[in-house]
Ligand binder design. Structure first.
Ligand code: G3I
Length: 389
């Protein structure tokens, strides 16, 4: 670490002398040592938070490398998993609050806006939630009672400490119809309205959000905006709609990203980019549902950058992040938060999706915690914005 502080040329000599070729190469490629890079949070426009989802090792303080990046760079955190129903409320009468308590304490200790993700989702929710004691499917009344109990307990525990909640996650299909989930099947269309009502009752000060992916697709976005309208017509609180932002190098287009933000704002709420990452590996729809043999073949054929992202692809990723942040800055008054889904490439969920065990490179920091050209591209956009009249 001392080496990094004394300048890249001297670092190269020292590092070669010490046999630390990899460190030197990384420093030389990046130009500026990691510690001297600017902090993103210091460059953001007023009112626009910047953050990352952190995993349990990180909120427990057991990942010093990622922890240092989070503390220096971000002013908001999201929990990658620990606030999801299955982790915090694994059995009907058992809550496991400790990891979430440490997550909230971590954010508070660093003065960050602590986000709650999520209250109602079809994934990572135990089967008992949707089943009666006799094994039958939960009735509307019984499921609503469980929903209310869960939301009032979890939101109530962190009242005044969690800045905003993803109340419902991923409730719509790509064509804008209600996704066929146990929530929708047992309760009906109004399960979303009920969840927002219960969340507001449990913490009237907390911001409340609807969160989904692919809202750049007009039909799906229209469904989310219908929800906003329904909530507002009933006098229920909703502050923002989050487009997750699990994007690729080419999809969605700049125009689609821009329309997503302006349309959400047009519905009378703020827009947020809540789970940003850029997948650099091929993602063939045929991969989903592939059997194991095929998966192994797919991994072999598509794990293209297992030994590192080559310079040309680094530049492509940088250009893509630069493009995205150019739009975010143009629309900054319509946005309240940008959150990356992870800190470094080492722990991104995209290493295991849609094909397990690949080496993906979707974030701003590489596996060693070094900022990538994509980081510099984001900084360049932010500095240009700061310097603009
Ligand atoms: O905790 C167990 C561990 O005990 C076990 O040994 C290991 C073996 O696979 O699994 C661990 O659980 C995994 C968990 O992440 C924690 O790492 C689950 O298998 C795995 O399915 C789970 O994946 C999470 C995924 O949501 C579940 O749907 C990802 O980490 C998380 O990044 C991802 O996040 C979602 C957002 O919540 C909503 N939007 C999409 C986004 C990406 O899928």
């Amino acid at each position: 670490m001392v080496i990094l502080k004394i300048g890249s040329k001297l670092a190269l000599i020292l590092a070669l002398g010490c046999g630390l070729t990899a460190v030197a190469a990384s420093v030389e490629e990046q130009g500026t040592p990691a510690q001297e890079k600017p902090a993103l949070k210091a460059l953001m426009p007023k009112g626009l938070l910047i953050g990352a989802a952190i995993n349990q090792r990180q909120s427990d303080g057991k990942d010093a490398l990622a922890g240092a990046i989070v503390e220096r760079q971000f002013n908001t955190i999201s929990p990658e998993n620990i606030l999801k129903w299955g982790l915090i409320h694994p059995e009907p009468k058992r809550y496991d609050f400790e990891p979430a308590d440490r997550y909230v304490a971590f954010g508070q200790a660093h003065g960050m806006a602590v986000i709650g993700h999520n209250l109602i989702w079809h994934n990572q929710t135990p089967a008992w939630v949707f089943t009666e004691a006799d094994g039958a499917r939960s009735t509307r009344e019984s499921l609503l009672a469980k929903m209310q109990q869960h939301i009032s307990t979890v939101v109530g525990r962190y009242r005044g400490k969690i800045h905003g909640w993803d109340v419902v996650n991923e409730a719509f299909d790509e064509d804008g119809s209600y996704r066929k989930t146990p929530w929708h099947e047992a309760i009906g269309d109004d399960f979303l309205l009920k969840a927002f009502e219960f969340a507001h009752d449990a913490d009237p000060q907390a911001e409340l959000y609807y969160n989904d992916y692919n809202l750049w697709k007009p039909a799906k976005r229209a469904a989310a905006l219908r929800l906003v309208k329904q909530l507002k017509e009933r006098g229920l609180r909703i502050d923002a709609v989050g487009e997750q932002g699990h994007w690729s190098l080419t999809t969605p287009t700049a125009a689609e990203i821009d329309a997503t933000i302006t349309d959400i704002a047009g519905a009378g709420v703020k827009a947020m980019i809540t789970e940003l990452d850029i997948d650099v590996l091929p993602r063939d729809p045929k991969m989903f549902g592939a059997d194991l043999a095929t998966r192994a073949q797919l991994k072999a054929a598509t794990d293209l950058y297992a030994s590192g992202l080559p310079p040309a692809q680094q530049q492509q990723l940088a250009a893509r992040y630069g493009e995205a942040f150019g739009i975010f800055l143009k629309r900054h008054d319509l946005l309240t938060r940008i959150t990356f889904w992870g800190v470094t490439d080492a722990h991104s969920w995209l290493n295991d999706f849609p094909v397990p065990g690949r080496t993906n490179h979707p974030l701003l920091w590489d596996r060693q915690g070094q900022p990538k050209p994509a980081f510099d591209a984001v900084v360049a956009q932010l500095q240009a914005y700061k310097g603009a009249p």
